[in-house]
Each structure stands twice: as structure tokens, then as C-alpha cells.
Design a protein around this ligand. Sequence first.
Ligand code: GLY
Ligand code: MN
Ligand code: MN
Length: 451
Amino acid sequence: MTSYASRRAKLMAQMQAMGGGVAIIPTAPEQVRNADSNFPFRFDSNFYYLTGFTEPESMLVLKIGASGSGQAVLFCREKNVELEIWDGFRYGPADACASFGFDNAHPIGEADKHMPDLIADAKHLFYSFSNANIKRPLELKLQTWCDQLRANWRSGLWVPEQAMDVDAMLAEMRLFKDAEESQLMLRAAQISSRAHARAMRATRPGMQEYEIEAELLYEFRKSGAQAPAYTPIVAAGANACILHYINNNATIQDGDIILIDAGCEVDGYAADITRSYPANGRFSGPQKELYELVLASQLAALHHAKVGQAYMQGHDAAVRVLAQGMLDLKLLDSNKVGALEDVIEKKAFRKFYMHGTGHWLGLDVHDAGQYRQAPAEAQQERAWRPLEAGMVITIEPGLYVRPSEGVPEQFWDIGIRIEDDILISAEGPQILSADAPKTVAEIEYLMQQSR
Ligand code: GLY
Ligand code: MN
Ligand code: MN
């Protein structure tokens, strides 16, 4: 059985345990860029997770009753000799069915013909609650298909009465990476780490941020990654304090710190890595002080990247180190904000550290999955879930110092983030992005070598 087939079987087993039903999982819609040009197609992560099928205009249907075995049906584009000359190969239902191991396949254009039969007698319908681009058009279709069944109610057909969120079920599965997925994520992280090192070597004051972006993209594609996993951030100087800066069009000045947040996607799986380094290859005194502080906070969080530790412990540890550092470096005035515990409790650290310390990572860069345990009793505060083997998280503390009265001027306009990708395992954290230079010594050595 392929891993895709075993994931389908696992999902259907859960559906069966709930009394059975039909899951309908379309891939992503194609997106117009402008006029008659589309963005490069990126499949829906859930659809891909269950099929490995990368063509647009496809839909997976899984049907299983309260007992017995289920069936997996693919809807996809038909073969079309004329269009394949223009746009390239398509499997067509018969070939896709055989090559990808479905029980049946139909042309996507015949969905309206087959779907009422497929959903008849289903106890539940399972479909996306979280992706409006998928949910909205699908619900319109479901209305039509269910109405067709209702027209035949008197013949004794059962029309589904309950909808369940298939995204939630798949999120829980996707949270735990199997060996194949971990391997792909390691490859994505290794390529991305090389890209970061390449960017550091290539950087010279006077260059444009986009020239460094080009080095990243070159390394991604040259190494076989299909695409960046998200738009790269290449932010020099004050731009590093803009958290979602993607213009990447400013001139790099001598004395700038450059913050790069960039990762590639390999066979659907993302890397998400941030490094911050001096444009001229040497950290200044104040830059080094802030950098060492962020690095210390990252190592503190990393210490909690272990099986059994609650998800939020890493963040809390990073915040504690950063907050103490803010007091020590006089970024925060203890006469105004109080001591460490006050800074933490009143969240005064958010002036310089305003985001979380990480997230799940996988097919999506901010990957699917709940962060807290399921509700037990209505009023009870739900605990952060413990880390388990097979989860992949990022750890990405930072400091962003905007010019502001009372803040020592030598730190103004410095933005630093250090982000690694970590596979949680029984043997301890496996840092997938370990090849990207991280200590002051590693970064300065690499940059001096290339000058
Ligand atoms: N690159 C997005 C993030 O770091 O969360
Ligand atoms: Mn991230
Ligand atoms: Mn990132």
C-alpha cells in the first residue's frame, strides 16, 4: 500500500467509527494572476496528502458505511490531445485510477452525474470547514446534489443530515510526520540552509535586497525544490523591523543587519528558516549584543523541544530570556516596567518581541493542527498540548528595535530573528535546518572566507 492509500484507509477508519459517510476533498482552485495568466498551480495540501495527485480540477471522494470496507473515487480532467499540446500531460481518469490506486475514477465534468449516487445513504458528509475557497463552491454543489436525492426521498433514499469538518481530522493526522515526510522535510530544510549560506557569502554592502533574494531562489531551484514555500523576506537595516516585509527592493548599506526568512518546498513540504547577519561580514558591538540575546532565547526554547513538554513551554522560555535581556540592555527601563516577572506578566516585552515563538510545519508553512488539547469541560482552561514524536515545529524568537524615546540609540533599526525547523523525536530534537550558519563565529567565518 502506498502511504497515500494508507492515509485514505486511516481516514476512512475514523469515518467508520463515527457511523460512516462520504468525504469530499477537492484540490485547490486555479488562481488567475492577471488577464489570461494563472499563478503556478499549487494543489490543496489535504487533497495531496491523501492522493499524491498534482493535477488541478480534481476531487477525491471517500465512501464508507458503518461496516464493511470503503471506496476511494477520483474525479479528474479527461485526456485531451489538443489541450495537452498546449498545457502538457494529463492522466485522465483510467490512467489516474490505475497509477494512483483508486477504486474508481470519473471525469470531473461528470461530477454532477455521479455525486448524488455517491452521497446517497451516507450518514455524514465530511468536507472542509476551514478553507473558504473550497467550502463555498462545494456547499453550493452539495445543495444541488442533496436536493436531487430529496426529490427521490419517497423511494427510501437516505439524505445526509450531518456535516463534519474533514480538515480537523486531517490536521490531526498531518501533525505526525511519517518517515517519508520527515525525509522530505529534511531535504527542504537542507536546501534552504544552503540557500541561506549562499546568501551570506554573496552579500556585499551596496547590493539590492532582491539580488540576495535571487541567490536564494537560484539555490532552491538548482537543488530541485519546486518553489519557495512562501514569499522570501530579505530585509536590510530598518526593514528587518517590518515583520512581513516582502518588497525586497532596498539598497543594502554597510552596517546593516540583514534578516532573511526564506524556505523552499520539496514535493509539497515546507522549510521555514530565518537568519540575520551583518551586511559587511562583521557584527558591530550592539548588533552582537542583540544577536547573542536572541540566540540564547532560541537555545532556551530549543531545550523544551522534547516529547512530553507542553507546546507553549518553548515560547515561555524564550520570552523569559528575552525579557531579562531587554532589562539588562536597558531596552526596557525597570523603573518604568518593573522587574522580570512584571515585564512578563504585563507583556512589556511585546514592544520588541511581538510574535509567537513558532508553529507546526509541514505541507503548509503554518501547518494544520490544534495547539491546545481538546475541550474537556466547557469552563475549564484547555492546556497546551504536549509535544509528541513526529511533530515538526519552528522555533523563531526575535527582537525588533524601532527608534523610540528612551531606547538606547545604538540599538535602533536592528531587527533579528533566528528560526530553525525541528523534528520532535524520542531521541531528542532533530534540527532539520542545522546546516544554516547560526552562531556569530560561524556567520563571521563564512562571510570572511567569501570576501
Ligand atoms: N515565514 C513565516 C513564519 O516564519 O512564520
Ligand atoms: Mn515560521
Ligand atoms: Mn519564517
